[in-house]
Design a protein around this ligand. Structure first.
Ligand code: AMP
Ligand code: MN
Ligand code: MN
Ligand code: MN
Length: 276
């Protein structure tokens, strides 16, 4: 099986995706994906529906999660692949992260009020329902209310780091995060490493600590990586002797990239699925 058939990073309505877990599985099948990981932000709530939908089809559903973690005051995303969704520490962590997300949402809404933008909290809570509330929900609200011209614009002008409605957040610590994943039998993968814009020295420090904590792979091919980013991520994987993952980070049809539409993985790396 080649990389084109693995998509190890995707979202459903359990967090900020627009398709239900069953719709996501069906779309992945239709796109020719053979193995899909559902990796919602900080929650395993979509996994049982996704597994059920994948049963009796040719699709292999890999239970996953994308956890928000802190390292030296910044947020990094750690993907867990092949996790046990019933592992108690993971469930507790998810509950705590949901509270952290709710408190952050209140603060983001408060900052928007300072910009004379009202009603955001009610809108995002109602849109998210029982699911994880994310900045993506705020971006949807700002776009629907015509405060921004696109979701990207919402991040550029309000929600992105350093912007007026950005709220620095105390996520869980990186080491704890990796331990929840590995403790549940999963593989910890650093998501979209090139998105953090770290210097080489800092990236090496992050990866060394990630590896010491039990992390074993990084995403080398993502839905948004260009060939230079793939080359650089591959260099880090080799240097640290980490396995390589690939995932679209699919959220919704016709935005960003389609499920399974990924560049080939560099051949001289160990694919993360060899660790499954
Ligand atoms: P959160 O985890 O709540 O901070 O939200 C992060 C999510 O917002 C990411 O997973 C993306 O789905 C979305 N996001 C972050 N930055 C951008 C951006 N520049 N444009 C569009 N969506 C973004
Ligand atoms: Mn997201
Ligand atoms: Mn992410
Ligand atoms: Mn993601």
């Amino acid at each position: 099986m080649t990389a084109a058939f693995y998509d190890l990073h995707s979202h459903s309505t359990a967090s900020d995706g627009s398709l239900t877990p069953a719709e996501l599985v069906n779309r992945a099948l239709h796109q020719g994906v053979q193995a899909l990981a559902l990796t919602d932000h900080d929650t395993v709530a979509g996994l049982s529906e996704a597994s059920q939908a994948a049963q009796a089809t040719s699709l292999k559903l890999i239970p996953g999660i994308e956890l928000s973690a802190n390292w030296n005051g910044q947020c990094y995303h750690i993907i867990g692949l092949g996790i046990d969704p019933e592992y108690p520490p993971l469930i507790t962590a998810s509950k705590n992260l949901q509270q952290i997300r709710l408190q952050r949402a209140e603060k983001i809404a408060g900052k928007l009020v300072q910009k004379k933008i009202y009603g955001a909290l009610e809108a995002v809570l109602s849109a998210a329902g029982d699911s994880m509330v994310t900045r993506n929900h705020f971006a949807d609200f700002l776009l629907a209310q015509n405060f921004v011209s696109s979701k990207q614009d919402a991040f550029d002008r309000f929600l992105g780091q350093g912007k007026p409605a950005f709220v620095a957040t105390e996520w869980a610590e990186l080491t704890d995060t990796v331990n929840w994943i590995t403790g549940s039998g999963g593989i910890a993968v650093l998501a979209h490493p090139m998105r953090y814009k770290l210097t080489t020295a800092r990236m090496l420090k992050l990866l060394a600590e990630f590896k010491t904590a039990g992390g074993s792979a990084i995403e080398v091919v993502t839905g948004q990586s260009n060939s230079d980013e793939i080359r650089r991520a591959a260099g880090f994987a080799k240097r640290l002797n980490l396995a390589a993952s690939c995932g679209s980070d699919f959220h919704t049809p016709n935005q960003w990239i389609e499920l399974g539409r990924l560049a080939d993985m560099p051949i001289d790396l160990q694919p993360v699925w060899e660790l499954f």
